[in-house]
Design a protein around this ligand. Structure first.
Ligand code: XIL
Length: 365
């Protein structure tokens, strides 16, 4: 080797060394939620919509910050099964492709729900009114089995977790009664276990969840859910986890001790737990105090999640306040006259909120 070649080697080696130092500084200095979450062995996720995947600000955040996504709507019946003999997987496929390309896990949501049902199935699936139903029990059972098996099979190996049954219990009164839904009214309570069995037949490896709201603390609803799962598991029904939605707001600080004790008893049944639809709506004016309160609630939840390895995912119901479902929910369902919304970790301009930093801090401990 002559002197010149030797010098070149030295220059290249020095260059690589400097790049390496900068590389490390860069990555350590810019860790995102998913990096911290990986160290703590928990998935951090968000519900996403195919509609926004062309928007780079949106997708940049999704791929940088999260390692799990949930199609917010596109796997619901009315989207994926718009006519009796026709499925439309286009939007869901788009999300799955995006997830695969960016190394994101996927939660499927939801195989059985009483909302977002297509008109061909029931012209009126409203909770409070009797359903006008055109199918008898046997026919509806076949329809449900075929739907579950078709959708789960299509995404076999691609969707790791499924919400098989969503919101099976009565809504806000926490009576602990099974909800008198379209499915319940025709099929009886057995629709729940059958749905799990069919989903399992279609993908033996998928983890199957029952998902609901107002079950975070001990109450009649979470008691009833607990007892039902205990019995189903005794019978050998393939149910692997509980999804706690956690749609919360700053008007009511959750009782974290109560939530933790409640989660522990579900873990005691040998279940995996995921926090599946977190948002913490700001009530009234968006003040610094409100943002702080929101942040404390997020932090209380993540701290519980991090305490138990059986809690395997922490998922926010959306990415940015810009596209959150909360404003429509506040207007149409709550008929709220004051502001109710901005429940996510990123504001309408994709800026990180105090809640983001609180989550980051907990993940980094
Ligand atoms: C909501 C979506 O966010 C909205 O875009 C849609 O219009 C209605 O459904 N519980 C659930 C979710 O299980 O599927 C709901 O998602 C929010 C409440």
């Amino acid at each position: 080797m002559d002197g010149k070649t030797f010098n070149r080697y030295i220059v290249v080696a020095l260059f690589l060394w400097v790049v390496n130092i900068f590389g490390c500084t860069f990555t350590h200095g810019n860790l995102f939620l998913r990096d911290y979450a990986a160290r703590r062995n928990i998935n951090i996720g968000a519900a996403i919509m195919a509609d926004y995947l062309e928007e780079t600000e949106y997708t940049d955040i999704v791929v940088r910050e999260f390692n799990l996504v949930v199609p917010e709507n596109h796997l619901k019946w009315s989207y994926v099964h718009p006519e009796k003999d026709k499925y439309d997987f286009s939007a869901a496929d788009k999300i799955i492709r995006f997830a695969q390309k960016n190394n994101l896990k996927v939660r499927g949501h939801a195989l059985v729900w009483h909302k977002s049902l297509p008109k061909w199935l029931t012209p009126d699936c409203n909770d409070s009114e009797p359903n006008k139903v055109s199918y008898n029990k046997k026919e509806l059972e076949d329809i449900l089995e075929q739907h579950i098996k078709t959708v789960v099979t299509r995404y076999k190996g691609k969707i790791k977790y499924w919400d098989v049954v969503n919101e099976a219990f009565e809504g806000n009164d926490n009576s602990g009664e099974l909800r008198r839904t379209f499915w319940y009214n025709i099929l009886g309570k057995d629709y729940i276990e059958k749905a799990f069995i069919w989903a399992h037949e279609a993908d033996k490896k998928a983890k199957l969840f029952i998902n609901d709201f107002n079950i975070g603390e001990r109450n009649l609803k979470s008691d009833a859910l607990y007892e039902m799962i205990r019995d189903l598991k005794r019978e050998g029904v393939p149910i692997h986890g509980v999804g706690f939605q956690f749609h919360l707001d700053t008007n009511k600080k959750p009782d974290f001790e109560n939530i933790e004790a409640n989660i522990k008893r579900f873990i005691g049944l040998g279940l995996e737990i995921q926090f599946t639809e977190i948002d913490v709506a700001i009530c009234g004016e968006m003040t610094k105090e409100q943002l702080e309160l929101q942040s404390e609630i997020y932090q209380g939840l993540i701290n519980i999640a991090l305490k138990y390895p059986q809690v395997t995912a922490f998922v926010t119901w959306g990415v940015t306040d810009k596209y959150s479902w909360l404003s429509r929910y506040a207007a149409e369902v709550l008929k709220s006259e004051t502001f109710y919304g901005s429940g996510l970790l990123f504001d309408e301009n994709y800026r990180k909120k105090p809640a983001y930093h609180a989550i980051q801090k907990s993940l980094n401990q």
